[in-house]
Design a protein around this ligand. Structure first.
Ligand SMILES: [Zn+2]
Length: 182
């Protein structure tokens, strides 16, 4: 039985749509389409990364611009008060400003601390900001995440590849040199 009024239904539809287009879903779908596989909300790592790609030893955080203070300069202490300047995508309300400043400052500190811990454990971190996933920027952002992941993969293996190669060359050159002597 469908007992929803048209208004209720359109409200529901909007909720479903927004769930589908929420930033995390955009990144998940975009990376999946590009052939990347990942785990979600990996609780065993600091900061519970939104996506974890073990093969790339990379954690991806998808951050809301307001809550994580995108593009706001390092918070400053002024007369015993913390100050954060607004940025284009993080505008702190004028009412209760101190409360919001404290909250965003703590979030930023926590983000930094968690990424430092992850780096110590040998993980790479990629932060994707909500504003970079707007329809006009979305594909470019996803392409650049893919590019970064491939770059990380190559870099992590570069050292090993070089050492294997030099071993192989030595082994191959000796018999060849012996051959040409004859
Ligand atoms: Zn932003």
């Amino acid at each position: 039985m469908d007992k929803l009024s048209p208004q209720q239904r359109s409200k529901n539809m909007a909720a479903i749509r927004s769930k589908d287009t929420k930033p995390e879903m955009i990144v998940r779908k975009g990376l999946w389409k590009r052939g990347f596989r990942y785990r979600l909300n990996y609780k065993r790592l600091p900061g519970h990364p939104d996506l974890v790609l073990r093969k790339y030893r990379t954690c991806i955080f998808i951050n809301g611009c307001f809550w994580h203070g995108h593009n706001v300069a390092e918070p400053q202490m002024d007369n015993g008060k913390w100050i954060i300047d607004n940025s284009e995508c993080c505008k702190i309300p004028r009412t209760n400003r101190e409360f919001w400043v404290a909250k965003i400052r703590r979030n930023k500190e926590r983000d930094k601390e968690e990424q430092r811990k992850l780096a110590e454990m040998g993980w790479h971190c990629i932060t994707v900001w909500e504003c970079e996933l707007k329809p006009s920027k979305r594909e470019t952002t996803l392409d650049s995440i893919a590019f970064t992941l491939n770059h990380i993969w190559l870099q992590d293996r570069a050292a090993k590849v070089v050492s294997y190669q030099s071993l192989d060359e030595n082994e191959m050159q000796m018999p060849m040199a012996a051959d040409s002597d004859r």
